[in-house]
Design a protein around this ligand. Structure first.
Ligand SMILES: C[S@@+](CC[C@H](N)C(=O)[O-])C[C@H]1O[C@@H](n2cnc3c(N)ncnc32)[C@H](O)[C@@H]1O
Length: 186
């Protein structure tokens, strides 16, 4: 009986991680060795929203939120994820995080989600973090550009940080930091 339950759980986990609906982009966490550089690239400050589109297990969001807490910043962190197992992990990790009041977990699809419930108006700075396959980057950026609650020029600073993969449509404002992998800044 126990074996059947275990196989059932294993089957559900494999299904959720291989399903095109729940995991169109495979889950790979950002490299731990690059986390410090990534956090530096996020340029944490007050009245800033940091949005990880496809947050995985939250390695970036939780480490960055820890740093913000240490620096006494009110930065808000949004982890957007579609995979139910990763959503569960994100909620569990948030529960025990010292800066949990500034972390929000959002179960949504980064290609179509509406950013307005995040009440973007309260922020002066917005930073989007991405670590997704190159062929999905443009699709995600297009959704970001289509958000009426994210008007260009409203923010003191609006930036995009992309781990490992450059974003072709933002090329003219590109810089990068060399970690184990490149960290692109726009
Ligand atoms: C390469 S992982 C990156 C994880 C995390 N951002 C990090 O840097 O460690 C990409 C993540 O995007 C999630 N994902 C894929 N398609 C998605 C979609 N349409 N909407 C929301 N999340 C998605 C996957 O489940 C996966 O966790």
């Amino acid at each position: 009986m126990m074996l059947i339950v275990l196989f059932g759980i294993l089957f559900i986990v494999i299904f959720l991680f291989s399903s095109k609906t729940f995991s169109p982009i495979p889950y790979f966490p950002s490299q731990p060795v690059d986390i410090e550089k990534i956090i530096k690239a996020l340029d944490l400050r007050n009245n800033q929203a940091v949005i990880d589109l496809g947050a995985g297990d939250g390695i970036v969001i939780f480490n960055a939120a820890q740093k913000a807490k240490t620096l006494n910043l009110n930065t808000k962190f949004f982890a957007v994820e579609i995979n139910p197992i990763l959503i569960l992990i994100l909620h569990l990790r948030r529960l025990f995080h010292l800066n949990k009041k500034n972390i929000k977990i959002i179960n949504d699809d980064i290609f179509k989600m509406d950013f307005s419930p995040l009440t973007m108006k309260q922020f002066n700075n917005v930073t989007i973090y991405l670590y997704i396959s190159p062929w999905y980057l443009e699709k995600t950026i297009l959704n970001v550009k289509n958000q009426t609650c994210l008007p260009a020029g409203r923010y003191q600073k609006f930036s995009v940080v992309s781990y490992m993969y450059p974003i072709r449509s933002l090329k003219k404002n590109e810089r990068f930091v060399q970690g184990k992998n490149k960290i692109y800044l726009y």
